[in-house]
Write a protein of this length. Structure first.
Length: 299
């Protein structure tokens, strides 16, 4: 099950979004201090330890916006996303984990109504997913998807559709799922699948305090035993997040909490390997502190 969740994050998260009338984006830095490596063969906590430091950025630029069919948007945009992570690994007898990871992609997104409460969202992107040791054509991954979305209410939308990727060598189609459910009162919550959930209280027009649970990760194409493989990093965090609204266009967030799980996994770039259960658990780390700061904007 953990493997399937990781692929949902890898392939579906870049698709999630709604039409924006202006430029939007964010810069985020997060930090996980050293925690102990848990040996997968016997689940023993070792003296080996690793940390995780990352900076992320995202930008979406509208290309065109037309209101059609009951004042609903027909929308094209260009989006850019990138993240760079550095790890320090101490007291290992052999090299098990990378010291750097970089993910960067550029893509286009299209949203338009198709009748009633239904709309369609289509994306196509190309990106580089690497451990920075050697960047080759194998590090370039293509992703695309088409989701059919039903807006049951202004605050509740569900979508499904095919997602195309060449991450496993040959192009293949995976099922995509999208869920966005949120409320806007003083006591409010938000659920976005597969990214996470939050519940918060608005103490003032410019200050919210939230409890959050989030799933995210990074991936890289690596060469191991002479073969091209996918290395995935996954973490689930829980924490408290004060959010400050700065004027009409800016939001600043701080997050403090812990890692519920943090692990690596390596898989062959074969279709059959997606749902194959391993005989041994994935390498993981003990629970530790998690901290992050993010600046968001929308014009």
């Amino acid at each position: 099950m953990k493997k399937q969740v990781f692929y949902l994050v890898l392939f579906f998260t870049p698709i999630i979004g709604v039409a924006q009338t202006g430029i939007s984006g964010q810069v985020k830095a997060d930090y996980v201090p050293f925690s102990n490596y848990v040996r997968p063969i016997d689940s023993v906590k070792t003296d080996s330890k690793s940390n995780f430091k990352r900076i992320q950025g995202a930008l979406e630029i509208p290309l065109s916006l037309t209101m059609i069919e009951e004042n609903k948007p027909k929308f094209w945009s260009l989006y850019l996303q990138g993240s760079y992570a550095a790890m320090e690994n101490k007291y290992y007898d052999e090299k098990l984990f990378p010291t750097k990871l970089m993910n960067a992609q550029v893509g286009v997104k299209h949203i338009r109504p198709i009748g009633g409460k239904w709309s369609i969202m289509a994306t196509l992107s190309v990106g580089v997913y690497t451990d920075m040791e050697q960047i080759t054509i194998d590090d370039v991954l293509l992703q695309g998807g088409v989701l059919f979305i039903k807006n049951f209410k202004p605050n509740l939308a569900f979508g499904f559709g095919p997602v195309l990727t060449n991450a496993f060598g040959v192009p293949m189609v995976l099922p995509g799922i999208y869920l966005n459910w949120e409320t806007q009162g003083a006591l409010h919550f938000k659920v976005v699948f597969p990214e996470g959930a939050e519940i918060g209280y608005r103490f003032a027009p410019n200050f919210d305090l939230k409890a959050v649970v989030e799933l995210d990760g990074m991936t890289a194409e690596i060469t191991k035993d002479g073969k091209s493989k996918l290395l995935g990093y996954q973490q689930i965090i829980a924490g408290i997040r004060p959010q400050f609204t700065l004027g009409e266009n800016w939001i600043f967030e701080l997050t403090a909490g812990s890692t519920l799980t943090r692990s690596f996994q390596t898989n062959d770039r074969k279709i059959s390997d997606i749902f194959k259960e391993k005989d041994m658990a994935n390498p993981r780390f003990t629970t530790t502190f998690y901290g992050a700061a993010a600046l968001k904007w929308k014009f």
